[in-house]
Ligand binder design. Structure first.
Ligand code: SF4
Ligand code: F3S
Length: 111
């Protein structure tokens, strides 16, 4: 199994999760992060760090899409290991459901 970052992260990107990962397996897109399922050691320590519960184990139902998306973009986006400031409107987007269709960006993040 692995843990994956899901839709809730889009436009929130709080990045508390990256600070605790022992194998640095988070990757940064323009407006969300993903986990590389091949590198994740399933420790689960990142899960409680995310203030909006965006990190879910792939054993939950309907996770196939997210496992695929995390695997795909972990290969394209840069690694992120340090917390950075979230977008100014992150708290507004935190309560918005179903962000993927209109707000997911395939562009890479980082500076
Ligand atoms: Fe990193 Fe552990 Fe989270 Fe996997 S479960 S992304 S290894 S902190
Ligand atoms: Fe995203 Fe939560 Fe990490 S919002 S960047 S998964 S702390």
């Amino acid at each position: 199994m692995t843990y994956v970052v899901t839709e809730a992260c889009i436009k929130c990107k709080y990045t508390d999760c990256v600070e605790v990962c022992p194998v640095d397996c988070f990757y940064e897109g323009e407006n969300m992060l993903v986990i590389n399922p091949e590198e994740c050691i399933d420790c689960g320590v990142c899960v409680p760090e995310c203030p909006i519960e965006a990190i879910i184990p792939d054993t939950h139902s309907d996770m196939e899409k997210w496992v695929e998306l995390n695997a795909q973009y972990a290969k394209k986006w840069p690694n992120i290991t340090r917390k950075k400031n979230p977008p100014e409107d992150a708290d507004v987007w935190a309560s918005v459901p179903h962000k993927f269709p209109e707000h997911f960006s395939p562009e890479k993040g980082g500076s």
